[in-house]
Design a protein. Structure first.
Length: 295
């Protein structure tokens, strides 16, 4: 279940949020498409410092598939415990670290379980108390994992600490729902959350402190990947209904778009500021094509 893609609501810059200046650098961003033979709706969610990417795509039946991409080598990752075929079924992946470990989720009859993949081995990531599914979304080079889970009340973010084999809950103060998205080796974690009115916001968590953080002048906003330098990728919907991607660095949001795209969604970033995501071609706004790019 690709909850990360559909967790969308309206957002505005509130007094709780950091409403910062945005810089437009669309002309300085260069990218190329990432396609998977036989696959459609390609979303590239993560990239590590070696340039290895992790991507999701669907087949003709709508079943979700996951693969890593290194140069021209595409390696499928398919959790053997995944149940069913068709829309919403299969294996999805979101995060990859420098060791090539991958995290994501696989479908059950109704909900999803999270997993971590290392060297051909799949290990379940299931938060205690999760009664309606767990999704692992990001991990760092230490092996700590963030994501989200649902209980009988709402959706919570989580942080799994590998050294102690423990799960902690992430709840942005004032949120009706929270998702953990990415984490770097310093523990800086990106969040997406909904307020009590169903408005979507971005934010961060580190050392016990929560910081709301939104793209200025946007209708929707989401924080996604974070690299070792603390640079964060955002995506946001403007007042014309167009999605743009943003690089947040040193207190400034810089907009970037894939050339000739109807919408651009940024998701992941590595230490060399290589950025990955997906875009809708203007000629076919119903299709998603992955991309890798840089400034």
């Amino acid at each position: 279940m690709t909850f990360r893609r559909i967790f969308i609501s309206m957002v505005f810059c509130s007094t709780l949020a950091l409403c910062l200046a945005a810089q437009d650098a669309r002309g300085g961003f260069r990218s190329h498409p990432v396609r998977i033979p036989g696959g459609s709706n390609v979303f590239v969610y993560g990239i590590n410092d070696s340039g290895e990417m992790v991507a999701n795509y669907t087949d003709a039946a709508g079943t979700n598939h996951c693969a890593t991409i290194t140069g021209n080598i595409i390696t499928e990752i398919a959790d053997p415990k995944a149940v069913g075929t068709g829309p919403g079924k299969g294996t999805t992946c979101f995060g990859i670290n420098n060791a090539g470990q991958v995290v994501g989720a696989y479908s059950l009859d109704v909900f999803s379980n999270g997993f971590a993949y290392t060297g051909g081995q799949y290990v379940d990531i299931v938060v205690p108390g999760a009664t309606a599914g767990t999704v692992a979304v990001g991990l760092n080079n230490i092996g700590n994992i963030v994501g989200y889970y649902a209980d009988d009340v709402t959706t919570h973010g989580f942080l799994y600490v590998v050294q102690t084999n423990t799960y902690g809950t992430l709840n942005m103060p004032g949120a009706s729902a929270t998702l953990g998205v990415a984490i770097n080796d310093s523990g800086l974690t990106t969040l997406q959350w909904l307020d009590l009115n169903g408005v979507r916001h971005g934010g961060t968590f580190q050392a016990g402190g929560y910081t709301p953080l939104d793209v200025p002048n946007s209708l929707q906003s989401a924080a996604d990947g974070v690299n070792a330098q603390g640079q964060i990728i955002f995506r946001a919907k403007d007042t014309s209904g167009i999605f743009h991607a943003y690089l947040y660095s040193n207190g400034t949001f810089t907009q970037f778009d894939v050339a000739n795209a109807a919408d651009t969604h940024g998701f992941g970033i590595n230490s060399s500021t290589q950025i990955v995501g997906a875009y809708n071609p203007a000629r076919d706004p119903t299709t998603q094509i992955g991309f890798e790019g840089h400034f």
